[in-house]
Design a protein around this ligand. Structure first.
Ligand SMILES: Cc1ncc(COP(=O)(O)O)c(C=O)c1O
Length: 401
């Protein structure tokens, strides 16, 4: 296994943007990654917010191995199988929606596709409201409601019709609904704009959206693909605001890095989706579902939500301290739990800091429209000693730019 970068250049599509030029990884364990030269690095990127239980959590690996020996694939349309149903049962226990039902797929973008299709189908109205700076995925439907980076849309328009992009302003949303009355069936928003730069949407704003949706018979979709499964210290970020959506999308962390997505909705909304109106061959693959069940169990047994809350507060306080020391460099520290963003207002220092940190053994990645924010998203079971080590490297990086 050598020269991965050079070999990629001949066989891998260049469409995949790379955060790092020469970072070649071989193994992962807990919050550590081991590169091709045997160097151990602290991973505070978690594969873009996926490895919530750390890399290769023993309980998750054991569940994957055990399921792989029993049944790799069958498809829920062919037969019922335990991991699919069990995972839906486990999700029903943790989502804020009462008596929720689940549809499983492979990724975040497919979870969003499912949610948009469900909203249109169940409401019998074609229009969708989405928000400026939102990111919901790369497939054509999800891309239609994505505006976090406009280059994602370049070359693909026209996208879905009847999509209305609003600022985070309740009056504008109300105006949009009024001028397209009886046409808007769904409204989609991330409680924290992830790819948009870790911007927290106000709790009053979410409450206001709930009221507007209720008054106008619109289905409220919370895209918790990045915020969900504990990053903010609760299973779902919307719980902080006490706002319950009609539909929730989940992916990323749910199976500790195995490809799994879910569109979870109120039973009465799911009841309107007739058999065959949506589907997929691989959705809810037995091995991925087994990994997800083990992930949720490990998070509960090892009290990882409490860890995310406690260490997230500690990390935010330390980062805010660094901001005070480097006020000319850092504009803002924001976010909740272990989903924190450090906004530099410019991509130049971000690139330098990320490269410096990688060199010293800390993996961080950027976010935001122009890559001006560094996201700090360690695993939910990260240790305080690991956070302190990361802070030491990050602090040295700040001093260096
Ligand atoms: C909020 C949100 N929705 C949807 C997606 C798309 O997920 P995926 O990359 O798994 O398709 C992402 C990915 O970053 C996301 O952050």
């Amino acid at each position: 296994m050598k020269n991965l970068k050079a070999r990629s250049q001949t066989v891998v599509s260049p469409v995949l943007g790379m955060y790092f030029n020469d970072f070649e990884v071989v193994r992962g364990q807990g919050s550590n990654l081991i590169d091709i030269n045997g160097k151990v690095l602290l991973d505070f990127s978690t594969g873009i917010a996926c490895t919530v239980t750390g890399h290769c959590h023993p309980k998750v690996v054991a569940a994957i191995k055990s399921q792989a020996e029993k049944l790799l694939h069958i498809c829920i349309g062919v037969a019922y199988y335990e991991p699919y149903v069990k995972l839906a049962e486990e999700l029903q226990k943790i989502v804020p929606i009462k008596d929720a039902q689940s549809f499983f797929c492979q990724s975040g973008t497919e979870a969003v596709e499912a949610a948009l299709k469900l909203a249109k189908y169940a409401s019998k109205k074609p229009g969708i409201i989405a928000f400026k700076g939102g990111f919901h995925g790369r497939t054509l439907g999800a891309l239609s409601v994505t505006t976090s980076k406009l280059k994602y849309r370049d070359g693909y328009e026209p996208l879905l019709p009847e999509v209305y992009i609003a600022p985070l302003d309740l009056q504008v949303v109300e105006g949009l609904i009024a001028s397209h009355r009886d046409k808007i069936g769904g409204l989609i928003i991330e409680p924290i704009l992830g790819e948009g730069g870790y911007v927290e949407v106000g709790q009053d704003f979410l409450k206001g959206l709930r009221q507007l949706c209720d008054r106008n018979n619109i289905l409220l979709i919370f895209d918790e693909v990045q915020t969900g499964i504990g990053h903010t210290g609760k299973w779902f970020a919307c719980e902080h605001a006490g706002v319950v959506p009609d539909i929730i999308t989940v992916a990323k962390g749910i199976a500790s890095g195995l490809p799994l997505g879910a569109c979870v909705a109120k039973k009465e909304i799911m009841a309107k989706w007739s058999p065959g109106a949506h589907g997929g061959t691989f959705g809810g693959n037995p091995v991925c579902c087994a990994a997800a069940i083990a992930t949720l169990k490990a998070i509960k047994e090892e009290k990882m939500l409490a860890n995310a809350t406690k260490l997230g507060a500690y990390l935010k306080q330390k980062l805010s301290g660094l901001r005070a020391q480097h006020s000319g460099l850092i504009k803002e520290v924001r976010g909740r739990g272990l989903m924190l963003g450090v906004d530099f207002g410019s991509s130049e220092p971000v690139k330098k800091i990320i490269n410096f940190c990688l060199e010293r053994g800390l993996v961080l990645i950027s976010t935001g429209a122009d890559g001006t924010v560094i996201r700090v998203i360690p695993a939910l079971n990260v240790k305080k000693t690991e956070i302190d080590r990361a802070l030491k490297i990050f602090s040295a990086a700040l001093a260096n730019v």
